[in-house]
Ligand binder design. Structure first.
Ligand SMILES: C[S@@+](CC[C@H](N)C(=O)[O-])C[C@H]1O[C@@H](n2cnc3c(N)ncnc32)[C@H](O)[C@@H]1O
Length: 282
C-alpha cells in the first residue's frame, strides 16, 4: 500500500490516541523518524514522501508495541537525560526529567564550594545520574552501584558511549556493602513507591519497568532508612549526600537524616515546584 509520511503518522496517531496515550502524534512522529533515521523535521520537509514496504512494516510493529503501552524509550532503545543520550530498556528505570533536579543540586553545591572529586551513586540503573555529573565535573571520578547485574551492564555501555568509562566504574552489590573507599558526594534515587501504590501506576511503569527499581517497601521509605543507617563510614568529612524523593516524602526523609545527625538539611524543588531532592552534610 502506498502511504505518505504524513498519512502514516496521522493514522498511527489515531491508533495511539485510542490506546489512551497522551501525546499520540508526538510519539508516532518520533517512532517513524527513528525508523527513517531522521529527525522529526522530515515530516514538515517531506510530508508527501512515500514510505517503503520495509519501513511501513517496521512502523506498524513499533506502533503495536506503543499501543500496548510499552514505553517509547524501550521501543527507541534510548532516552535523553541532561542532554545526553542513554541506552535504556526493561532492565533499568527510564531516566525521568525530574531527576535532573539532583544534578542541578550537586552542581550548585559545587559552585558554593562543595568538593566533588569522588562520587558514589547508589542504585545507579542506567548510570544517568553519575554519568551526567561526570560529564559536567571533568576532574571527578565515580562509582555506580546496583543490585541488578543487567542494570550494571547497561550503565557500563552508557559510560563507554559517552566516553566517560575512564572515570566511571560500576559494581553489582547491595547499597554500601563491599565499598571501602570514601566519597565526597553520595547521590541516590532509590526505589520509593509504597508497594500498595504500584497497581495505580501508568501501564508504562507498572508493566514495563523493573519492580526492583520502583518499590520502596510498605511506606516507600525502606531504602532511605537502609542507606542512611549505613552510608556514613563511606563518606568523607564534610561530604554531601543528595537523595531524590517521591512527591510528599521530603519531610520524612529530612527527619530520617536529622535523626542520623546529618546537618544543613535542605530541600530542592523540581520544575513543577514539587520537593524533589534532599541534600545533607555528614
Ligand atoms: C529508582 S531506580 C534509579 C535508577 C537511576 N539512578 C535513575 O535515577 O534513573 C533505583 C535503582 O536502585 C536499584 N536498587 C534497588 N535495591 C537496591 C539495593 N539493595 N542495592 C543496590 N541497588 C538497588 C534498582 O535496581 C534500580 O536500578
Amino acid at each position: 500500500m502506498v502511504q505518505t509520511l504524513q498519512k502514516a503518522v496521522s493514522e498511527a496517531a489515531l491508533i495511539l490516541s485510542e490506546a489512551g496515550i497522551d501525546g499520540a502524534r508526538r510519539d508516532a512522529s518520533l517512532l517513524l523518524a527513528n525508523i527513517l533515521d531522521a529527525d522529526t523535521s522530515i515530516f514538515h520537509l517531506e510530508p508527501e514522501r512515500v514510505l517503503n514496504d520495509t519501513h511501513h512494516v517496521m512502523f506498524q510493529l513499533a506502533i503495536e508495541r506503543r499501543a500496548s503501552r510499552e514505553p517509547i524509550s524501550h521501543i527507541l532503545g534510548h532516552r535523553e537525560f541532561w542532554s545526553l543520550n542513554f541506552l535504556v530498556g526493561p532492565q533499568v528505570l527510564d531516566p525521568r526529567p525530574d531527576s535532573e533536579t539532583l544534578i542541578e543540586t550537586a552542581l550548585s553545591a559545587q559552585k558554593s564550594g562543595q568538593e566533588i572529586t569522588s562520587i558514589l551513586d547508589l542504585g545507579t540503573g542506567s548510570g544517568c545520574l553519575l554519568l551526567s555529573l561526570l560529564s559536567e565535573v571533568e576532574t571527578a571520578r565515580g562509582l555506580g552501584v546496583d543490585q541488578s547485574l543487567a542494570a550494571i551492564e547497561i550503565a557500563e555501555q552508557n559510560a563507554k558511549r559517552l566516553s566517560l568509562d575512564d572515570r566511571a566504574t560500576f559494581l553489582q552489590g547491595n547499597w554500601c556493602d563491599s565499598i571501602e573507599d570514601k566519597f565526597d558526594l553520595v547521590i541516590s534515587n532509590p526505589p520509593y513507591i509504597p508497594i500498595d501504590d504500584i497497581e495505580s501506576l501508568q501501564p508504562e511503569v507498572k508493566n514495563f519497568e523493573p519492580l526492583a527499581a520502583l518499590v520502596g517497601g510498605a511506606d516507600g521509605l525502606d531504602c532511605y532508612r537502609e542507606i542512611i543507617s549505613r552510608v556514613k563510614p563511606i563518606m568523607k568529612p564534610n561530604g554531601m549526600i543528595i537523595f531524590e524523593v517521591g512527591a510528599g516524602q521530603a519531610q520524612e526523609v529530612s527527619e530520617l537524616l536529622e535523626k542520623a545527625d546529618f546537618s544543613v538539611i535542605s530541600c530542592h524543588k523540581d520544575l513543577a515546584s514539587i520537593e524533589r531532592c534532599i541534600s545533607a552534610y555528614f
